[in-house]
Design a protein around this ligand. Structure first.
Ligand code: MN
Length: 253
C-alpha cells in the first residue's frame, strides 16, 4: 500500500443527541463539511442520534464540531459526545446508510456455470461473473471477472437461455461505502459496499487484482456482525428468491 499520502490532521467521532433526525441534519452536515474541507461521513443511528466521523485540518474539524452543536434550523441538539477518532484517509464526506440502488445475483448456466453479481451504478448494472459464487465467509476470496454492463430490465430475468438457464439467486438494495466516492472507487479498483439482500447481507469488498480487457477482481465478505465463517451459502440456499426453483429445475423446464 502506498504510504506517500500519510494521513494528516485530526479525526473525531461525534454523537449528536436530541431532536436531530428528520430535520435534514445529514444533508446540511455534508454541505458544511464540504465547505470546510472536512472528510468522513454522517449517518442516522437507530437510537435517534446522528453519528459523524470527521477528519481533516484541526481548525476545520473543530469548526464542524462547533456547527454540529447547533445543527440546522429545526434541530434541537441536547448533547454532543465528541471522542477522538482515527484519521482513516477519507477522500469524501458522504451520507452512510442510504441506498445507492439495487443489486442482483443471477445464477447462470452457460458454457460455464457462474453467478453474475450486478450493482446499480448511475442507472446501469455493473456486472461481475463469479465462478464459485459469493460467500458469507470472510476467508473465502472469490474470483470475480468483470463483464459488460447490463440493463436494469435484465435483473428480473429467470428462465431457459440456450442450453442453460438463469435464476434470480438473490436481490435487494445496497449502500456504497469506503473512503472514496463511487464510481471512482470502481475505477481505482477497490470498492466497498453493503448488501441488503435476502441471502447476502453486510459489508463486501471488490478488489481488482488484474486490469485489462476482462479485469479480474476478488469478491470478499468483510468481517462484520453478519459474516458467517465456515458457511457455504450457494450450497445452503440454491433456490431462486423469486420462484423458489433451483437452476436445475429451470433448465429441466
Ligand atoms: Mn452470466
Amino acid at each position: 500500500m502506498a504510504t506517500s499520502k500519510k494521513a494528516k490532521g485530526k479525526g473525531v467521532r461525534v454523537a449528536v443527541r436530541g431532536q436531530v433526525q428528520g430535520v435534514a441534519f445529514r444533508y446540511t452536515t455534508v454541505e458544511r463539511a464540504r465547505e470546510l474541507g472536512v472528510f468522513g461521513w454522517v449517518r442516522n443511528e437507530d437510537d435517534g442520534t446522528v453519528l459523524v466521523h470527521a477528519e481533516g485540518p484541526e481548525e476545520a474539524v473543530d469548526a464542524l464540531v462547533e456547527w454540529l452543536g447547533e445543527g440546522p434550523p429545526g434541530a434541537e441538539v441536547d448533547e454532543l459526545d465528541v471522542d477522538p477518532g482515527k484519521v482513516e484517509g477519507h477522500e469524501q464526506f458522504a451520507i452512510r446508510g442510504v441506498s445507492a440502488g439495487v443489486f442482483v445475483v443471477q445464477e447462470h448456466e452457460a458454457t460455464a456455470h457462474h453467478w453474475d453479481l450486478r450493482l446499480e451504478v448511475d442507472g446501469v448494472m455493473r456486472s461481475w461473473a463469479v465462478p464459485k459464487g459469493p460467500s458469507m465467509d470472510p476467508a473465502q476470496k472469490r474470483l470475480a471477472v468483470q463483464v459488460e454492463d447490463h440493463q436494469k430490465s435484465h435483473n428480473d430475468f429467470e428462465g431457459k437461455a440456450g442450453k442453460g438457464g438463469v435464476i434470480v439467486w438473490d436481490r435487494g438494495t445496497y449502500e456504497q461505502g469506503g473512503r472514496v466516492a463511487w464510481p471512482e472507487a470502481l475505477e481505482r479498483g477497490h470498492a466497498v459496499f453493503v448488501l441488503h439482500g435476502e441471502k447476502l447481507e453486510g459489508g463486501f469488498a471488490l478488489q481488482r487484482t488484474r486490469p485489462g480487457e476482462k479485469p479480474q477482481w476478488l469478491l470478499i465478505k468483510r468481517k462484520d456482525d453478519v459474516a458467517r465463517p465456515g458457511s457455504d451459502i450457494v450450497a445452503e440456499s440454491p433456490e431462486s428468491v423469486v420462484s423458489g426453483k433451483t437452476l436445475a429445475d429451470v433448465i429441466a423446464g
